[in-house]
Write a protein that binds this ligand. Structure first.
Ligand SMILES: NC(=O)c1ccc[n+]([C@@H]2O[C@H](COP(=O)([O-])OP(=O)(O)OC[C@H]3O[C@@H](n4cnc5c(N)ncnc54)[C@H](OP(=O)(O)O)[C@@H]3O)[C@@H](O)[C@H]2O)c1
Length: 276
């Protein structure tokens, strides 16, 4: 029987990734605070969702590093609550991250690599994964990383920050850490297909190819014909930043999405019109 997409409960549906969900129930935090066990259980018992797409998380890595218990409460313990509540007959889909890996591998991480998180955010998301496996009956874990999206109104991440500097004389970006930049729109349409196909297990979803932050910044500055100087920086120049892993790139053994350049080009064209 085909799963009813209208009855998918999307947590974090107003976030950068969630805003691309064109299906399901997307309650505001006031109606469903995932850390409020009583409220979450009551909501799920009443809504009886066909699936729970769990996106809500504390995603600020610096905040997580400074408040590891809070990171665990939001990213792991609340995930356990929701995974148990999926016993109403809902398939459980959890969005996880490249931060479950240690960043030391010389090539992109695939689904067979063993997680070993090295920062508070990564540990909390990995613990979330473990709870999903322990408590949900039918589950899918989707790992992604270096997501961009949200456009002028909602992009506070790397791409949005580079665009906001296009009037400055110089833009700096790290040249020696690598990821697989991924358009939130492509991520969400792939998740939707995976939900409809009944996929279970763990899968990596990322646009194809790898890039450094410098490569990404260069692509953006070229796209907007930036006249200033673009300067590479190196991880050794940064101190105290928990996200500074060398290798954050993901690849999938089964899925292949379009290239990050093609996806980024569409994003800039369609979601940043009439820029600067
Ligand atoms: N962005 C990336 O590069 C990336 C990479 C890998 C994995 N992910 C994962 O993808 C998911 C979505 O990330 P995102 O980039 O869309 O994050 P985001 O923009 O920070 O959005 C997070 C969402 O979670 C909601 N939320 C946080 N705490 C909540 C609570 N206690 N109760 C209910 N809702 C709560 C927020 O609600 P408010 O709107 O009310 O604040 C927001 O809608 C996360 O699970 C993240 O770990 C993201």
């Amino acid at each position: 029987m085909t799963l009813d997409l209208n009855r998918v409960l999307v947590t974090g549906g107003r976030g950068m990734v969630g805003r691309y969900a064109d299906f399901g129930l997307r309650p505001f935090r006031e109606a469903l605070d995932i850390t409020d066990k009583t409220q979450a259980l009551a909501f799920i018992r009443t809504a009886k969702p066909s699936a729970i797409l769990h996106l809500a998380a504390e995603t600020d890595m610096r905040y997580c590093e400074a408040h590891p218990k809070e990171a665990l409460r939001v990213n792991a313990e609340a995930t356990a609550t929701l995974a148990k509540a999926a016993a109403v007959g809902a398939r459980f889909v959890y969005l996880s991250t490249n931060a479950v890996f240690d960043g030391l591998k010389e090539s992109p991480y695939d689904e067979d690599d063993i997680p070993y998180p090295v920062n508070a955010y990564g540990r909390s998301k990995y613990e979330g994964e473990e709870y999903v496996k322990a408590y949900a009956k039918e589950w899918l874990i989707v790992r992604t990383g270096w997501v961009f999206g949200g456009g002028r109104a909602g992009d506070k991440r790397f791409v949005g920050r580079i665009i906001s500097q296009l009037k400055a004389p110089e833009i700096k970006a790290i040249a020696d850490n690598f990821g697989a930049p991924t358009y939130a729109k492509d991520l969400m349409s792939t998740i939707k297909e995976l939900i409809l196909s009944g996929k279970t297990g763990t899968v990596h979803v990322a646009n194809s190819g790898i890039a450094s932050r410098f490569d990404q910044a260069k692509y953006i500055t070229d796209f907007f014909a930036y006249h200033g100087k673009i300067t590479p920086m190196y991880l050794r120049d940064l101190t105290g930043i928990p996200s500074s892993l060398k290798n954050e790139a993901l690849v999938s053994k089964t899925l292949r999405l379009r290239s990050w350049q093609e996806a980024l080009s569409e994003y800039l064209k369609t979601e940043w019109p009439h820029n600067v």
